[in-house]
Each structure stands twice: as C-alpha cells, then as structure tokens.
Design a protein around this ligand. Structure first.
Ligand SMILES: Cc1cc2nc3c(=O)[nH]c(=O)nc-3n(C[C@H](O)[C@H](O)[C@H](O)COP(=O)(O)OP(=O)(O)OC[C@H]3O[C@@H](n4cnc5c(N)ncnc54)[C@H](O)[C@@H]3O)c2cc1C
Ligand code: FES
Length: 409
C-alpha cells in the first residue's frame, strides 16, 4: 500500500463482513499487481525496535557531580566517535547494565537511570553511584572515571516502573540508600509530563550526610505541592534535621504518612531493607500485585540463608565450563555466584540484572549441585526441569560441569 492510500475498515454487519472475506484474495492480487517491483530496502519496524532496544550503547561521561561524600552523579551522552547517535528512550525506573573492564576482567553492573526519560531525548542519561566499602567496580570508578571516559551500556532494562493500567494513582515509594535513584527519575518524569500521580516517598538513610538529592528533592516538593511528599527516616541516634523520623521504615510510619489501602507500593533499596519491609507490609494484607520491587542484585551474605548447605561456606570448588568448542576448568567459591567465577575467568555469558530476573546469563548445568536462594529464583518451570539455571543467582555447592550456550559477554 502506498503512503497516500488509506486503509479503511468499515464494519457493516457480521454477514456483510464475512462476505467481504470472499473478496480478500482477489483484492490482494490486484494490489500486488499494482505494487512497485523495486525491492523494499527499508525496515521501519525493526529500525524502531533497534532504536528502542539497542543491544549496546556507547557513551561518554560529560559531567560528574558530587551528591554526598560517597555518591556521585555521572552524566552520560552518546560517544560521538561511536555508532550511538541517540539514546534509547526508557520508562522512569528502568536501569542500564554497564559493561566495564576492571583490571583485565570484564564485568557488568546494573544502575538505575536517575534522570528522566525526556532527558534521554535531550541527549543524556544520568546515573548516580554510591561507593561501596570494598566494591569491586565502585572503587575502580572512583579511581578512574573522569570527564571523557568512555562507557558501554545495554539498552534500558527492568520492570520497576509505573504502569497506569495496573497501578493506583497514589504511590508509596520506599527507598533505602542509593535505592532513591529510580524515584528521582519518576519525579522528574511527573514534572516533565505533568502526570496526575501522587507520590509519598519514605526515604531511609543512615545519617543526614548520606541523604542523596536532599536539596533537589526539597525543590521538587515545592514545585509539586500536594502531589509529592518526601519523608526522611534516619537510623542514626542523634538527628538535627527537622521534620524527619528516627529509626526504620515501619508499618507505623507507613500508616502515619500514607493511605496503604488505595496505593501502589514501589520498593528499592538494599537487601536488608527488603527483608525488614516485607515483614512490615504483611501487616497491611496487601495483594502482591500492589507491591513492586526493584531487583536487588547479587546477594552479599548467601551463607546466612537458613537453607544454605551447612559447613561449606567459603569452600573452594571447581567448575568445568563448556563454551563454544572449548572446555575450561576454573576455580569457584561457594559463597560467590557462578557468574562471578565465570567473570574472574573471563568466560562469562551476557548478564544484565545480576539478580536472577532477566534470564540473560541462562546456562545449562550438566552435573553438580547449586544453591539458588528463594529470592533470586526466577527460572521458568521448564528450565528448572531441564537443568537450565541463572549463574548470577546461583552458588556452587559442589564441583560443577556446565555449558554456556550464548556468546561470551
Ligand atoms: C536493578 C539494579 C539497579 C541498581 N542501581 C543502582 C544505583 O542507581 N546506584 C548504585 O549505587 N547502585 C545501584 N545498584 C547496585 C550496583 O549494581 C552495584 O552492585 C554496586 O554499585 C556495587 O558494585 P561493586 O562492584 O562496587 O560492589 P560489589 O558488587 O559488592 O562488588 C563485589 C563483587 O565483585 C566480585 N568480585 C571481586 N573480585 C572480582 C574479580 N576479580 N572478578 C570478578 N568479580 C569480582 C565479588 O565476588 C562481589 O560479587 C543497582 C543494582 C541493581 C540490581
Ligand atoms: S543477569 Fe539477569 S538473570 Fe542473570
């Protein structure tokens, strides 16, 4: 069909429409005869899909801002020397997975985009990173990243976003530490698009100095009066900041500031916060579909799970890996995920969420035993049956033999 031709469907009645089908083949033939014989060279549908979901984006840092003593925001723009000419649009709350080489090892780490989706159209993403005490990547970032550093990322990923067809207009956001980043994106999105959403954000930090975006969020509250409320909850003993709560985000705090019965809950923070909040939220008897949780990444203290096999924490094991036509034997530690063992040996499959959720690192377990914690077990039933597993959420508890079916990261 040419651009100028209109395709009109008129619904007449069931019988007439059914009768119209009898002419379908002859109509199609006529159109084919009329059509140009030139081969079609453009593929607009796939072009759009690639723009929205690029496999890779090549970026460069063009601004760095200190947020707190241990947190920085990095503004990323398309690398002008690369094939990335524009940034993929996203939904507020999604993350990008960065692929970085650290001392000869290729690793990935997911980071929520803290800027708004419209900022991507303006030409930049922002990510806000907290330096971890002995963090493998974050220490490298603090020592090495500067303006002009080139970075490779995935397209936007993840399911932690507001969906008007599913979610209530009233949102309770529960954030801990660097888990505040997707909420910055959401608030900026509400401002950009003048969305009719009410957000009460309960934000837990250790102490005043650790609060990320404090001043900026005060400005958001002023701008969106009666639409956004931010409550700071500090776990330290002495607090000088006015109007904040002391302790943790409990059911009582939720009751004090929010209408739990007609709100959707969005939770993002460290794993300890999830464990605590889960128990508090149970007191409201909310249906699961009203609670959205961001993926929490790799589990730090896997040996603390009650069903983690006794007596094998920190054991050194072996993994025989079939990859392409090659077989390699690599060392592994029972308390580090199989993905980390593969990364140390530079033979890791692609990975994005590092939480067992996206399925990108999916591999085949040929023999041996793994421990998969209940909170990161997102395998499909068929995968479970046929021994496919997600190395990012699985821990070796015996020597293993496995096969990495996809190309190495
Ligand atoms: C969806 C999602 C969004 C996130 N968003 C944010 C955000 O907005 N801001 C933020 O600050 N954080 C965010 N995070 C957390 C972030 O992805 C990182 O986990 C965090 O920055 C810490 O990274 P790190 O490497 O410094 O520390 P860790 O991840 O704790 O690094 C230690 C890890 O490195 C491994 N390791 C050690 N040595 C080696 C080696 N030689 N080779 C390979 N691996 C090794 C260790 O086994 C361990 O697993 C997010 C996480 C998820 C899941
Ligand atoms: S990286 Fe997402 S499931 Fe492993």
């Amino acid at each position: 069909m040419s651009k100028d031709e209109k395709f009109i469907i008129t619904v007449k009645s069931n019988t007439k429409d059914l009768y119209a089908f009898t002419k379908l083949v002859s109509e199609r033939k006529k159109r084919i005869e009329k059509a140009s014989t030139e081969p079609i060279t453009s593929d607009p549908i796939n072009d759009l899909a690639r723009r929205l979901h690029p496999e890779r984006q090549f970026l460069v840092i063009n601004e760095i801002r200190d947020e707190t003593k241990s947190t920085k925001t990095f503004r990323l723009i398309p690398d002008p020397d690369s094939s990335t000419k524009e940034l993929a649009y996203f939904r507020a709350g999604q993350y990008v997975s960065l692929k970085v080489e650290v001392n000869g090892v290729n690793i990935t780490r997911p980071y929520s985009i803290s800027s708004s989706p419209d900022d991507a159209l303006r030409g930049f993403y922002e990510i806000t990173i907290k330096k971890e005490k002995s963090g493998f990547l974050t220490n490298f970032i603090w020592d090495n990243w500067k303006i002009g550093t080139k970075i490779e990322s995935s397209g936007p990923e993840g399911y932690f976003y507001y969906e008007p067809l599913r979610d209530f207009k009233k949102i309770v956001g529960i954030a801990g530490g660097s888990g505040i980043t997707p909420f910055r994106s959401l608030i900026k999105h509400i401002i950009d698009k003048k969305l009719d959403i009410n957000l009460t954000l309960l934000y837990g930090s250790s102490e005043e100095d650790d609060i990320i975006f404090y001043q900026e969020f005060k400005g958001f509250e002023k701008k969106l009066l009666n639409q956004i409320k931010i409550v700071h909850i500090l776990s330290c003993e002495t607090i000088s900041l006015k109007g904040c709560e002391q302790g943790f985000i409990t059911a009582d705090i939720i009751k004090k500031y929010c209408e739990a019965d007609n709100s959707s809950f969005f939770i993002c923070g460290p794993q300890v916060m999830y464990n605590f909040i889960e128990k508090e939220l149970k007191k409201f008897n909310l249906p699961q579909k009203r609670i959205r949780r961001e993926a929490f990444g790799e589990i730090k203290d896997i040996a603390k799970f009650p069903d983690f096999p006794q007596g094998i924490a920190n054991s050194t094991l072996k993994i025989k890996v079939q990859i392409g036509g090659i077989v390699k034997e690599i060392p592994a530690i029972s308390t580090e995920s199989v993905l980390v063992a593969l990364e140390r040996a530079n033979i890791a499959p692609p990975s994005k969420c590092r939480s067992g959720e996206c399925g990108f690192c999916r591999s085949l377990l040929v023999s041996g035993s793994i421990y998969v914690s209940p909170i990161s077990d997102w395998r499909r039933e068929a995968d479970r049956k046929y021994n496919f597993f997600h190395p990012c959420g699985s821990y070796p508890v015996s020597d293993l033999e496995m096969s990495v079916p996809r190309k190495v990261n």
